[in-house]
Write a protein that binds this ligand. Structure first.
Ligand SMILES: Nc1ncnc2c1ncn2[C@@H]1O[C@H](COP(=O)(O)OP(=O)(O)OP(=O)(O)O)[C@@H](O)[C@H]1O
Ligand SMILES: [Mg+2]
Length: 239
């Protein structure tokens, strides 16, 4: 089997006495969409922040493209293509939509230049093009999430880590977010998606892991986990 593009091996993270990750292991292969689902406080955000080195880990290892991430800063990993869309979206509210896109591109410039990158983004997010001069913080929650996703793909990442993109959105916007993720997936982007919206996350995932109290307690194809009501009830508290 080829080496996975992302390998998380027995990862440990503690906040003082609180052990948020307790030997968490998973893999993501190039081109896969992998979901991590789990209840509030299971450790999902901690996992993504530790993978991208926003948060230091106290044990275990993360390998990106076969190389340990130890000693590499989050911005260096982002430049290498391991990119996180944080919970809360990470956009800069006081800047315009155009400025947000420009900054995102400047952090990870590609050879084609900003103009070409913007054209690609607008093809997928036409609504953002209509709002280029609007202050990002004044857009609706759903529009802000679209901007966050647009920033993430303005120069294509190798692995995209997405934390709860559907959080706080209306059902219509939730569907739109998932259809954007599906389009990313179809264009070959590798995705590690963390979600409480279990059914929709499992529906778009090739494989999924269930995280409970900092440990992976189940793994399978999205379809397998979806068709296991006992698992859904027991681990996730939803029937
Ligand atoms: N900065 C912090 N200091 C102390 N404890 C923390 C901190 N951040 C998270 N925790 C704790 O670590 C555990 C995992 O939190 P985390 O935010 O990773 O969960 P989550 O699965 O993302 O939850 P949610 O679905 O609510 O976003 C929780 O018990 C939480 O209280
Ligand atoms: Mg979280």
């Amino acid at each position: 089997m080829p080496e996975p593009i992302l390998a998380v091996d027995m990862l440990e993270v503690a906040y003082g006495p609180i052990r948020a990750l307790r030997g968490c292991s998973l893999t993501v292969s190039a081109g896969e969409t992998v979901a991590v689902v789990g209840a509030n406080g299971a450790g999902k955000t901690t996992l993504l922040r530790a993978i991208s080195n926003v948060l230091p880990h106290t044990g275990g290892e993360v390998r990106f493209d076969g190389t340990t991430t130890r000693g590499r800063r989050a911005d260096q990993l982002a430049l290498a293509g391991l990119l996180q869309v944080p919970e809360g979206r990470g956009i800069i509210g006081r800047l315009s939509v155009a400025e947000n896109l420009q900054l995102a591109w400047a952090l990870r410039p590609d050879e084609g230049g900003f103009e070409a990158a913007s054209r690609r983004v607008f093809a997928r997010f036409p609504r953002l093009q209509e709002r280029l001069s609007q202050r990002a913080g004044s857009m609706s929650g759903g529009e802000q999430q679209m901007l966050a996703l647009a920033r993430a793909i303005i120069s294509p990442p190798r692995v995209l880590l997405v934390d709860e993109p559907s959080l706080g959105l209306s059902p219509v916007m939730v569907s739109e977010v998932f259809s954007v993720l599906k389009a990313f997936r179809e264009s070959g982007v590798t995705i590690l998606l963390v979600e409480q919206n279990v059914r929709q996350a499992l529906a778009i995932a090739d494989r999924a892991y269930v995280l409970r109290q900092g440990t992976i307690v189940a793994e399978g194809s999205g379809q397998t986990l979806l068709s296991d009501p006992a698992m859904l009830r027991y681990y996730l508290g939803s029937g």
